[in-house]
Design a protein around this ligand. Structure first.
Ligand SMILES: Cc1cc2nc3c(=O)[nH]c(=O)nc-3n(C[C@H](O)[C@H](O)[C@H](O)COP(=O)(O)O)c2cc1C
Length: 390
């Protein structure tokens, strides 16, 4: 059984008049998902920083890179597995943390749906601190699946430590510290509609269920929800520095991942500080409209990280994008917005569909281009596309 066999399922279904329930490509999927979301939720997910140049470049920059195919290699058997944090994973992809994933499910429990999809597919999920269900419930839903906990480091260290302890107890296998979102970037789509879900009390269950957070409230959340949101807003964003990383390192034995590293010097320093993985990402262009596409910064980050695994996201829309990021040396690649659209359209099944489509295209690329294993793909020749001027 190979991931690429999904296409046989689709074509043979066609012989019985059955077409796939949902589109197999990210663009058509997104267009279909638009009707399944409220305008506010859609703008929060689709939107990015400034005029969204960086967000768009994240996607289009993949077209500026190409893998040189190899022939006469036996690819009839392919192995997509990787090692990460001492575990063998069946594929090199994961679900990136999406703070409003809870809201993307029609029943409001998208955090649980993602955990269930992780167990079904073997694709790990990074559960965001911003969640509609507490981390304990999400951890339970994971079953045998793999989950990593994405930490938005609060300004209050007792609260930060409490979240880390809860993640440990709930069975999460790494702490992913997001560095680029201690405040929110300038997002015109959301600003034009004055729309910020957290301030409306959404996705704050991890805080509202936390003993430290509760001890800081003047009145219980049920009696004064607006007061609880105000407390959340005052505690949310710590501008994490190297000193905080050392502190986090000192309080947990779980692997620590730094999300948002794009500069080679930061990657080198992260490795020196003993982090377990460097996560190259520009938050899908939502935080700074800084110009460069994340994928264009990946090669430098990989080079500077040496043997430390590099995770990557921002702009992955297809199996060939996954292939290119892996060929550049990423150990694992995060799927972001597309799985949120899958969830909005088809619940757990919708997420599974999106992941299967990505993996099918990736597996078929490995087959056709002559790479039976991830290690072979990582040794491949990936080059910038030189466009001819007319
Ligand atoms: C709606 C939305 C919410 C997000 N929430 C979080 C979050 O809670 N924590 C985090 O580290 N990253 C968050 N991200 C960033 C993603 O983890 C990832 O970096 C980004 O989606 C990659 O870009 P792409 O989806 O365009 O490929 C969010 C992204 C989106 C689109």
């Amino acid at each position: 059984m190979h991931y690429g066999d999904f296409q046989h399922e689709i074509y043979f279904g066609g012989l019985k008049g059955v077409r796939p329930k949902w589109p197999v490509d990210a663009k058509t999927l997104e267009a279909r998902a638009e009707a399944a979301m409220s305008p506010d939720l859609l703008s929060y997910i689709q939107g990015g920083c400034g005029d969204e140049f960086t967000q768009d470049r994240n996607v289009s920059a993949f077209h500026d890179w190409g893998i040189v195919p190899r022939m006469l290699v036996d690819c009839t058997k392919r192995d997509l597995s990787i090692e990460l944090f001492g575990e063998t994973l069946p594929t090199p992809i994961f679900m990136s943390p999406i703070g409003v994933i809870g809201m993307c499910a029609q029943d409001g429990h998208g955090d649980i749906a993602s955990a269930l999809a992780a167990e079904i597919t073997g694709v790990p999920v990074m559960a965001s601190t911003l969640s509609n269900d507490p981390i304990e419930t999400v951890g339970e839903a994971l079953g045998k699946g793999t989950g990593y906990f994405q930490l938005y480091t609060p300004r209050n260290r007792d609260l930060a430590e409490s979240l880390v302890r809860r993640a440990e107890k709930a069975g999460f296998k790494a702490i992913v510290v997001t560095l680029d979102t201690w405040l929110t970037g300038w997002r015109p789509r959301d600003l034009n509609t004055a729309n910020f879900p957290q301030l409306r009390g959404h996705v704050l269950e991890n805080y509202f269920s936390d003993p430290v957070f509760k001890s800081l409230l003047e009145k219980p959340v049920e009696d004064d929800p607006a007061g609880a949101v105000r407390l959340w807003a005052s505690l949310f964003g710590k501008n994490v520095t190297w000193e905080d990383v050392a502190w986090l390192r000192s309080i947990t034995d779980l692997p620590i991942v730094l999300k948002g590293i794009c500069h080679a010097d930061d990657a080198r320093k992260a490795v020196d500080e003993g982090v377990d993985a460097v996560y190259c990402s520009n938050h899908g262009g939502r935080q700074a409209n800084g110009g460069l596409a994340a994928v264009d910064m990946l090669p430098d980050v990989v080079k500077a990280s040496g043997d430390t695994p590099v995770l990557f996201d921002s702009g992955i829309r297809s199996g060939s994008d996954i292939g290119k990021a892996i060929a550049m040396g990423a150990r694992a690649v995060g799927i972001g917005r597309p799985y949120a659209y899958g969830l909005a359209l088809g619940g757990i099944e919708g997420i599974v569909h999106v992941l299967r489509c990505m993996l099918a295209e990736f597996d078929l690329l490995m087959a056709v281009d002559g790479f039976p294993t991830i290690a072979d793909l990582q040794k491949s020749d990936i080059r910038p596309v030189h466009r001819k001027s007319i």
